[in-house]
Design a protein. Structure first.
Length: 76
């Protein structure tokens, strides 16, 4: 295999693996937030604002993986 093929495979694996963890984290965050709201509906403002912040942090990890994948594909 030539270096271009290896770069494409590594970039694909980087974004695939870098997208799985944030997807699982966001699913878990949403699940726990809905469970928390079911138990205590009065706390909806606090729970939802904290959930949105946590989802943004988890999504940032996926964006970092995308940047690394693009750097591997086009720069390295």
């Amino acid at each position: 295999m030539d270096s271009g093929t290896i770069r494409n495979v590594v970039a694909g694996l980087t974004i695939a693996l870098g997208g799985v963890a944030p997807a699982l984290a966001i699913g878990r965050l949403a699940s726990e937030a809905m469970r928390s709201l079911g138990r205590n509906p009065e706390a909806s403002n606090v729970v939802m604002s904290n959930m949105v912040l946590a989802v943004a942090f988890a999504e940032a990890i996926a964006i970092y993986a995308l940047v690394v994948a693009l750097a591997i594909k086009f720069v390295a």
